[in-house]
Design a protein around this ligand. Structure first.
Ligand SMILES: [Cu+2]
Length: 125
């Protein structure tokens, strides 16, 4: 029984060794998260966001004008996502692969309404 308990412990936090992370969320799956980005005053807030692989970002238009959340370098849609958000609307996208994902508002990118998401690989897939 002692051996079985040890194996179970290994799967969760390691067998007998100390847990490296000091986060109170240690043990929570890193991909179980939703990050909120607000569209406000012709900007994305925050404009640059880093998430872990598998996490979802939800953009919400808190402005009084139409915006879009369009993937790609400013002015160059890459087809990954392209969503029109009227005031009050939301759009969610789950980032399944590590990498750097620029995005922009089709209407206001020339005024600097651009953002980016950096997706970090999960440590223990
Ligand atoms: Cu816009």
């Amino acid at each position: 029984m002692r051996f079985v308990a040890c194996v179970v412990g290994l799967a969760l936090v390691g067998c007998g060794s100390s847990v490296i992370s000091s986060s109170p969320d240690a043990g929570r799956p890193v991909d179980a998260g939703i990050v909120a980005v607000s569209l406000r005053s012709l900007t994305y807030q925050p404009a640059n966001e880093t998430v872990n692989q598998g996490m979802t970002i939800t953009w919400t238009n808190d402005d009084t004008v139409l915006h879009t959340v369009t993937s790609g370098p400013p002015g160059q849609p890459d087809g990954r996502f392209d969503e029109q958000l009227p005031p009050g609307a939301s759009f969610s996208y789950t980032f399944k692969s590590p990498g750097s994902y620029p995005y922009f508002c089709r209407i206001h990118y020339t005024m600097g309404m651009v953002g980016s998401v950096t997706v970090a690989p999960t440590a223990n897939p």
